[in-house]
Structures are given as structure tokens and as C-alpha cells.
Design a protein around this ligand. Structure first.
Ligand code: BGC
Ligand code: NOJ
Length: 804
């Protein structure tokens, strides 16, 4: 069953009922200010950091779940309704929500009044703009009261939701004819404030929540709206809100547009106040002036749409499969941009008040957006490197505002360092900008003369310096699988599984990290050779060979790769185990890294994946699931069977298998797996999957779970970047290398003809692949016998004809 449809021309998902199984969300913002918005206008806004600078309030664990947001009330006689349906839930005559690329619009009608609301954050602007167009399609004059509302958060979202003894005293606002300014704590240490503005002079206002909603009231039917009034309340303490009323008279056929601005302003400390001692509102007024008419706001919206069109033009494919194209050209790349912005910090499942930016997460995200925003990738790589220590270990997370490593969680996740090699290598292959390696980059704030290259080297040697009894990498607290806690032994409820660390075995080894080392050790040595550091390159290459041998000797279980050795040197992920016999991660990663190629291990491993792990929605993480808690394994066995790391389709890992399948030339299997996981292919199962049909979820409940097929934790998942790598590089075979673009397609049989446009290092590559049963490549009509397209300086366009 579907609840909407894709509009490929406008790059939108169109939802035609507010009753989606879960709130279906979208993101607003590109730079510093961001918003989450659901298909019923729920969500919240923040500046840079969803925890420390939250602009609007969101109540966690609320009922209904999706409450609080940008709510517009239209009072038309006795009928009161919202363009996004919530919170009045008044039945609408028509409803449509369109989630586009960083904007969302709502088009609803009731009693021949139509309301079109479009919400977005203009490029480089610290403001959410809401354009509300109201039309009277009836034959009579309509007298309407329109209430634009928002509830302010007292900035620190954690404090806001628990420190009531203080917070109920601190709230302060200023009010003028168009706006409510939220200035809580400005009197002391804050130099910023937010505001809510409408471009028409208001007919009335409220700024105190309790007054607006009335005794025992709620957002569902505020007293003021019900009575068609405003109470001119000026918030002092309690909960400051912006509730702006505009009374409109619309003749038959008349349309009226209001532009609302939810803005955030930072004043330099020395300019907090005017000479007269008043709060300095100049920057707010300037911000408002940029968007205070329908024309200005529409122009900004257009600018945003153009920005996205340009981005989506960098990689564009046309195959015989619409769904493949839709995923590759629009939604996969959009989700990659979202994971770039948010890492795993703010969604409807990541609270925005928990972990900040994950180290390994952010490194992997770069693989999916480096072609879109290389400059920001460069900056991100250097930020990430800065939380690494000289021995190569890294903090596991950092806060986006301070960019400092998160001391609460610390480090000890032994895969982390290698991901820095992965993203830097991807950056080099995309851009050819080797100067990044010479950037000065201190280790954890110390030794500022060190360069990014030193960081990569430290990452590689971290693995080499931390090997266990079989010559395989030690796992530490966990590797990619945060829940495989082989040294932690957590016994007490509430203890964090990963950080309890009461048993440092120096024995537990990870075959997954071994796979990573082979892949990224090889990439690092290629970088060394490229730089003329042959000795180091050769040394690392030898170590890679040793690692391959160690995996073949001690990491192969007969039909598949083992997962790990635990603290007592027992096998994890082996046929000898009674549960968790086979895990996906080493199958994907060791095969894609080419381990055991000669011995045919990859083919066998892929066959085992198919036999034991493949379900209708992808490849499950492990099988059989753990039925009880295993102290020696940790969090992985804490989840009920079929959920999360305990045997769901943990989607992030599936593109590894897709890539691995292409590595062993199983092209049909690769395509088949993509079709099981990529959202457009399962749109018609939305009642089962429940999550948004336009983005990946972190997990899809596995066969052993009661809700088999249900998606959870949508949007912020490393699946986005890896899936884009799988689609663009493994299946379509457009592979950036240090020396230029290489073509190595692994297309399914039914793709007879494929056209790809790729902008790469400033030039446009028009690639045309035809299946004729014979291999050839011609560049601008000249046959070439190498699939690495030679870069010719100054050349703007490469026309490539390829036959397979
Ligand atoms: C989740 C993991 C997550 C880890 C660290 C666990 O509870 O299941 O997916 O990576 O916490 O935040
Ligand atoms: C989600 C985390 O964000 C990611 O870093 C981790 O690799 C996966 N969970 C698997 O545990």
C-alpha cells in the first residue's frame, strides 16, 4: 500500500494523507540553521547544534508522537483547521504534503478556502521562511482569522526539558506590530535571540503559552483561536511562544499571502544593546528585510531549488529502470547530504540531545557527498582528524558546535582510525587535491606541526600496533558493530554497554577490522606511491599481505568468514556457535577487499550470505539471532531477536554485500539486493515498512522479529553513503581513482543501455554504455584499451562510448 507517490520532475515525494503510519519527515537548511518538518507540520528548528541552540521546542515521548511544530490555524466561522492537519485534526476537504529537497509544502482546503504553506530556509540565512497563501474559492466573502504560531525553546534543549525550577522564571519576550522576539537569558550571558515575524501588521498576539491555550488547554484547540481572539499576553517566565493573529477579509476568488519568518540572530557581545540600553534588534530587522514580501520569499525559494538542481546535475544516470534512476539521481544523493549535515544527531529517532557527530559515521558519510560538496568534505576531514591522538586512536564522537571530542564516551573503538583513511582517500580520488595531506593538523590539540598525512599514517599503524594472538586486529570496545562488546562484560542495568570496560583481554580480535585494513591499507599505500613515499608504501603493502594471510588462515570458517575471536579466544560467527553462526560484516568487507580471491573465498562467502542471511528486505546482520543475553558479547545480544544489531537487516551493511557481489561478478545478485533495500522499490509496502518511502532506514526488522519488515530509525544512516558508492561505483562502474575516472560497470543483464553524466574534476563525462556482447571503449570516437580515462588538461567534455 502507498500513501503518496514520487514526482520525479519536481524531485518531490507527494503524500496524500496525513495518516501515514509514522510521521514522515523532511529536513530544512543547508548551512547553519536547520529544521525537521513532518508531513503534518511537526518538528523543530535549531542553529548548528540541536542540543545547545534549539530554537523551537519539541516534547519527547509525546502523545501523539508528532506534536509541536509550525502550526497555522485558520478560523473560518466555526470551522478551525490547519493546512498540515495537525494539531486540530479537523477533517480537510483536500490535503497534500510535498517533501522536496530541503523544503516542504502543504496544500489543503476546507469549505472552499485553500491554504498553501511552503516552509524552507533560504541559502546562507538564519531563518525559516513560511509562505502562507490563502485563497477564497467560494462565492461569498470570507472573514478569516489566521494564527501563525511557534513555541520557543530556551536554547539548551536538555535544560529546557528538565530544569523547570529555573526555567519557569527566566522566559522573556519583546513584542512589536509584526513580531515576538524571544530574548530569554539575553540579559545575562547569551548574545543571541530568536524571533517570529509576519509581514502584515498583526491584529493581535499572544506570547504566553498558558494564556493562549487556556486552562487545561492544548495546542489542539487553543482558547484564543477557539474564541477568535488574542489576549495580548506578554510572557514572563513559563513558556514563551509566538502566536500572531491576522484577520483577513477575502472577496470571492481573492488570494492573500502572508510571509512568516522564524529567525535567529547573533549579536557581537559589544553590540548586544543600543546606546539607549535597548536590545539591539538591527540584525533581526536586516534579516527580515531580505524576505519580507511574497516576491522576495519566492525568489529565495527559487534560489534554493536552483542550488539543488545544480547539485543533482553532477551525477545523473538514465537506465531502463525508473526506480533505479530515482534512487540514484535524487533520493540517495539527498539522503547523503542530510547525513552530512546531521551525522546521527537529529531526527525523529536521534533525539538531538544525545550523541553529537560520530567519528566513523561522519567519515563514512563523506564517501556519499564528496562529489557534491568537495570543499565541505575537505573541511570535515580536517575537523575529524583534529580529534585523533598521536597514537592513532580517536574520540568516537564530537559536538558540532565546539568540534571537541566527546569525553563522556572517549575512544577505544578500534575501527575508527581506519575510516579516516577511507574518507581522505575518497576525497583524493574525487578531487586530486593532494594539498590536503600537507594541511597542518594537530593531534588532539597537541603538536601543531603535524599534517593530515601524519594522521593517516597514525591510523594505519594503530591497527598494526594493536594485533591479537592470531595476528588479527584487536577490537577494543567494539568495531563498526557498536554492539559487539567483546571486552566490556556489562552486568548491571543502565550501564552503558560500550564504556563499562572492566576487562581488557588484549585478545578479542575483529575480522571485520582486518577486512578494513586490507582495503584501506592498500589505498594508503597507493597514496604513498603517488607521493613518492615508496618505502612506506611498500612496507604497508607487505603488512596488507600479512593481514590477508592471517584472515585466510584464522578468519575463514569453511563456508564463510568468521566475525571475531572473543576475550577467551572463542570464535564468534562460526558454524560451531549455537547462535550467531554467521555475520554479514566480514562477508561484505573481506570480499570487497579481495581477501582470499585466489582461493575463491568471496564466491563462497556470498553464497552463504544468500543461503543464511537474505530475506525479502535485504541481508540480515546475523543468524540465528541471540535468544538470551551473553555477557561476553555485550549489547548485540541485548536486543530481542530480529531487531537492530541482533539480526535485523541493518541496512548500512547491505551495500557492502552489493559491492562484494560485483567484486565476484555476481551482477544479478547485486542488483537483486539493491531492489530489496532501496526505498522506491518497496514504496508499495509502506504499510509494512511504515517509515518514509523515500529514504533508507537504519534497520528493517528481520525474520525472527514479530514485526518482520518494519523499518526503524529512518534518514540518518550510513546506508546512504554506502548505497551511493554501491550504485555509482560498483553497479554503474563510474569509479574515481587517484589517476582519473575508471569505468568498470557490473550491470544486470536487463540493462541493455545506460547513459551517465558525471562532472568530475571540473570536466563533464558523458558516458554511454551499450550491451552488445563485446567489450570496447572509445573516448571522443578514439578507441582506447584502458578503462582508466586519461585526464587531458584543459579538456571540458569527454564523450565516452562503451560496449559490454
Ligand atoms: C545502538 C547502536 C549504536 C550504539 C551507540 C546502540 O544502542 O544499537 O546502533 O551504534 O548504541 O550509540
Ligand atoms: C549506528 C552507529 O551510528 C554506527 O556508528 C554503527 O556502526 C552502527 N550503529 C552499527 O552498530
Amino acid at each position: 500500500m502507498k500513501y503518496g507517490h514520487f514526482d520525479d520532475i519536481n524531485m518531490e515525494y507527494v503524500i496524500n494523507t496525513p495518516y501515514t503510519p509514522l510521521p514522515w519527515i523532511n529536513y530544512l537548511g543547508e548551512n547553519d540553521m536547520f529544521g525537521i518538518i513532518s508531513n503534518t507540520c511537526g518538528g523543530y528548528s535549531f542553529y548548528k547544534d540541536a542540543k545547545l541552540l534549539r530554537i523551537t521546542r519539541y516534547r519527547y515521548n509525546n502523545v501523539p508522537r508528532d506534536m509541536g511544530g509550525r502550526y497555522y490555524y485558520i478560523k473560518d466561522g466555526d470551522s478551525i483547521w490547519n493546512p498540515g492537519f495537525m494539531p486540530t485534526k479537523t477533517p480537510l476537504d483536500s490535503y497534500e504534503c510535498r517533501h522536496g529537497l530541503n523544503y516542504s509544502s502543504f496544500d489543503s482546503s476546507k469549505n472552499q478556502v485553500e491554504a498553501k504553506l511552503t516552509c524552507f530556509i533560504p541559502l546562507h540565512t538564519n531563518a525559516e521562511v513560511h509562505i502562507l497563501k490563502i485563497s477564497n474559492h467560494s462565492k461569498e466573502e470570507k472573514k478569516l482569522s489566521v494564527y501563525g504560531t511557534c513555541e520557543f525553546c530556551l536554547y539548551n534543549a536538555v535544560d529546557d526539558s528538565n530544569n523547570f525550577q529555573r526555567n519557569y522564571n527566566t522566559g522573556e519576550v519583546l513584542i512589536d506590530d509584526h513580531s515576538v522576539y524571544h530574548v530569554t537569558e539575553y540579559r545575562e550571558r547569551r548574545n543571541h535571540f530568536s524571533f517570529f515575524y509576519v509581514n502584515e501588521k498583526i491584529s493581535g498576539f499572544d506570547s504566553d503559552l498558558d494564556t493562549f491555550i487556556g486552562p487545561m488547554g492544548s495546542w489542539e484547540m487553543p482558547k484564543a483561536v477557539k474564541e477568535g481572539k488574542s489576549f495580548s499576553s506578554v510572557a514572563s517566565g513559563w513558556s514563551p511562544i509566538g502566536a500572531l493573529r491576522n484577520d483577513l477579509v477575502l472577496k470571492p476568488g481573492e488570494e492573500k499571502t502572508l510571509v512568516y519568518v522564524l529567525g535567529f540572530v547573533i549579536n557581537p557581545y559589544e553590540e548586544k544593546y543600543t546606546k539607549g540600553g535597548k536590545i539591539n534588534l538591527i540584525r533581526a530587522k536586516e534579516l527580515i528585510k531580505e524576505v519580507d514580501s511574497e516576491k522576495k520569499a519566492e525568489d529565495k525559494l527559487q534560489e534554493l531549488k536552483e542550488y539543488w538542481k545544480k547539485l543533482m546535475n553532477i551525477f545523473h544516470v538514465s537506465t531502463p529502470d525508473d526506480k533505479f534512476d530515482r534512487q540514484a539521481n535524487i533520493w540517495n544523493q539527498y539522503q547523503c547530504m542530510t547525513t552530512f549535515q546531521m551525522s546521527r544527531s537529529a531526527s525523529y529517532y536521534e533525539s538531538g540531545i544525545g550523541r553529537g557527530m560520530g567519528f566513523r559515521d561522519s567519515c563514512q558519510d563523506i564517501l556519499g557527498f564528496v562529489h557534491l560538496i568537495p570543499d565541505k568534505s575537505r573541511e570535515r576531514i580536517l575537523d575529524l582528524a583534529a580529534i585523533q591522538s598521536e597514537d592513532g586512536s580517536t574520540y568516537h564522537q564530537y559536538q558540532p558546535l565546539s568540534k571537541k571530542g566527546n569525553a563522556d564516551i572517549g575512544g577505544g573503538f578500534n575501527d575508527d582510525p581506519l575510516w579516516l583513511v577511507a574518507c581522505t582517500s575518497a576525497y583524493l580520488k574525487e578531487t586530486g587535491d593532494f594539498s590536503i595531506l600537507d594541511e597542518k593538523c594537530a593531534f588532539d590539540g597537541k603538536s601543531p606541526d603535524k599534517t593530515l598525512f601524519d594522521h593517516l599514517k597514525a591510523s594505519i599503524f594503530f591497527t598494526l600496533d594493536h594485533k591479537g594472538p592470531h595476528g588479527l586486529p584487536l577490537i577494543g570496545r567494539a568495531d563498526w558493530n557498536d554492539c559487539l562488546n567483546l571486552n566490556c562484560f556489562s552486568k548491571y542495568p543502565g550501564e552503558p554497554f560500550q564504556t563499562v570496560s572492566n576487562y581488557e583481554s588484549h585478545k578479542a580480535e575483529s575480522i571485520f577490522i582486518a577486512g578494513m585494513f586490507v582495503k584501506y591499507g592498500e589505498e594508503f599505500s597507493d597514496i604513498c606511491f603517488h607521493l613518492g613515499k615508496d618505502e612506506l608504501g611498500k612496507d604497508v603493502k607487505d603488512q596488507v599481505e600479512n593481514m590477508k594471510k592471517a584472515v585466510v588462515n584464522y578468519g575463514w570458517d569453511g563456508e564463510w568468514f568468521l566475525r571475531a575471536y572473543d576475550a577467551f579466544e572463542n570464535k564468534v560467527g562460526s558454524k560451531d556457535c549455537s547462535e550467531g553462526k554467521i555475520f554479514i560484516e566480514p562477508q561484505g568487507f573481506c570480499t570487497l577487499a579481495g581477501i582470499g580471491e585466489k582461493e575463491g573465498l568471496g564466491k563462497k562467502s556470498m553464497a552463504s550470505v544468500k543461503k543464511y542471511l537474505l530475506d525479502d528486505y535485504g541481508v540480515e546482520l546475523l543468524s540465528p539471532c541471540y535468544k538470551s543475553y551473553h555477557l561476553e558479547l555485550g549489547e548485540i545480544s541485548s536486543y530481542p531477536p530480529g531487531y537492530k544489531e541482533n539480526g535485523s537487516v541493518f541496512t548500512h551493511t547491505n551495500p557492502w554485500v552489493i559491492i562484494a557481489e560485483t567484486k565476484v561478478d555476481n551482477n544479478e545478485e547485486a542488483y537483486d539486493l539493491l531492489k530489496r533495500i532501496a526505498p522506491p522499490y518497496i514504496e508499495d509496502k509502506s504499510e509494512i515498512r511504515r517509515a518514509e518511502p523515500y529514504v533508507y532506514c537504519q534497520t528493517i526488522a528481520g525474520r525472527e522479529a514479530p514485526h518482520y519488515g518494519e523499518g526503524k530509525n529512518s534518514f540518518l544512516t550510513g546506508t546512504a553513503s554506502w548505497s551511493f558508492v554501491a550504485i555509482s561505483q560498483a553497479i554503474l562502474g563510474v569509479v574515481p581513482t587517484l589517476d582519473g575516472l575508471k569505468l568498470d560497470p557490473h550491470l544486470p543483464e536487463e540493462f541493455k543501455e545506460v547513459k551517465i553524466k558525471r562532472i568530475y574534476r571540473g570536466s563533464t563525462y558523458q558516458i554511454h554504455i551499450k550491451r552488445v556482447g563485446k567489450k570496447s571503449i572509445a573516448v571522443d570516437g578514439r578507441p582506447v584499451d584502458n578503462n582508466l580515462i586519461k585526464i587531458e588538461p584543459g579538456k571540458n567534455t569527454y564523450n565516452i562510448e562503451m560496449t559490454i
